[in-house]
Design a protein around this ligand. Structure first.
Ligand SMILES: C[C@](O)(CO)[C@H](O)COP(=O)(O)OP(=O)(O)OC[C@H]1O[C@@H](n2ccc(N)nc2=O)[C@H](O)[C@@H]1O
Ligand SMILES: Nc1ncnc2c1ncn2[C@@H]1O[C@H](COP(=O)(O)OP(=O)(O)OP(=O)(O)O)[C@@H](O)[C@H]1O
Length: 295
């Protein structure tokens, strides 16, 4: 008998930053080979799970603009349930999931991927499926290139399409994360003819110091995005006057780095109208990992 049936458990799905993002090649399937430094933020969606004895997977709080069938929360739960059906002889359980969504969508913060990772890690325990982190990361990669880092749960220098990790411990600075009023699709950035794709490999992550020094570390998507989206160009030009600032992922969010929360909040208060923002601390350990371990 599963001890979690009819119980409700709550877990975080943190945002991530790509502190830098170098494109070092392109694979024959079109996917880009990256070298990136991932760190988490203490700014999270919150997901609650109630395990049920029926096989039904239900999202009780649909996300506006995302069909349930396309929602990475539902897709991750179905994927894990299907794997259990194939691999195991135990009874198939269901779940009711609800989410308090605060992460901006399509901003380069990996919110959808983080939601998927939280579902895989939470249900692996709550359904008592007992897959390893490696197996879950492998499963998660089929949902999105950013899912494995959230399952891994530690800040890391990542290679491949972002799924080969070397744990790293960048300074846990304070960040002002700002989102210009524009939506940028990841696919449109990666298919752009303007994108540089031949940054020299760092190979070894043992000299990741002074990562905001643009001479050595940058986001290869940023120049192309600035060229096509004046909102991002204007915002970055404004922020750079106050603090080292860079785009995360394929945008449109940009992060500015500060040594204290107060400094970050001071600049946030001056942001131009129309820019949504939040202040958060960088975390090298995802809060999700601690929550899963305490079950
Ligand atoms: C930009 C990053 O956020 C950096 O962390 C990720 O690489 C993107 O991860 P993601 O949003 O989970 O992306 P996916 O959903 O896997 O892919 C979206 C699209 O982006 C392109 N894509 C994605 C990742 C990658 N390394 N190379 C690519 O070319 C592919 O065309 C793909 O169809
Ligand atoms: N649970 C979910 N939360 C957010 N977006 C979702 C979810 N499920 C599916 N999506 C779809 O995924 C798209 C990208 O959302 P997400 O918030 O992950 O973007 P992102 O932060 O730019 O990700 P990345 O950094 O991986 O490019 C959304 O526009 C939405 O259509």
């Amino acid at each position: 008998m599963n001890r979690f049936i009819n119980q409700t458990k709550t877990f975080s799905a943190p945002a991530k930053l790509n502190l830098f993002l170098h494109i070092v090649g392109r694979r024959s399937d079109g996917y880009h080979e990256l070298e990136t430094l991932f760190q988490f933020l203490d700014h999270c969606d919150t997901l609650s799970f109630t395990v049920t004895a029926s096989e039904k997977i239900q999202l009780l709080t649909p996300i506006a603009g995302v069909n349930d069938d396309d929602n990475l929360i539902v897709k991750a739960a179905r994927l894990l349930q299907e794997k259990i059906r194939q691999d195991q002889h135990s009874p198939i359980l269901g779940v009711n999931i609800s989410i308090d969504k605060i992460l901006p969508m399509g901003g380069g913060l990996g919110g959808g991927s983080s939601n998927a990772a939280t579902v895989l890690l939470a249900l692996n325990t709550l359904w008592q499926a007992n897959y390893s982190i490696t197996e879950l990361a492998h499963l998660g990669l089929t949902l999105g290139a950013d899912v494995p880092i959230f399952i891994h749960g530690h800040a890391a220098f990542a290679q491949g399409v972002g799924e080969k990790f070397t744990p790293a411990s960048p300074e846990e600075a304070w960040y002002l994360v700002s989102k210009p009023n524009v939506s940028i699709s990841t696919q449109s950035v990666f298919t752009s003819g303007d994108l540089p794709r031949n940054t020299e490999k760092l190979e070894k992550p043992d000299h990741l110091v002074n990562i905001m020094n643009d001479e050595f570390f940058h986001n290869d998507c940023q120049t192309m995005v600035i060229k096509h989206y004046s909102e991002v160009a204007k915002l970055l030009a404004w922020l750079i006057e106050y603090a080292p600032s860079r785009m995360t992922g394929t945008g449109a969010c940009v992060f500015s780095r500060f040594t204290s929360q107060e400094q970050a909040c001071e600049v946030q208060a001056k942001l131009p109208n129309g820019i949504t923002s939040f202040v958060a601390k960088g975390l090298n350990k995802s809060p999700l990992i601690t929550q899963i371990a305490s079950l």
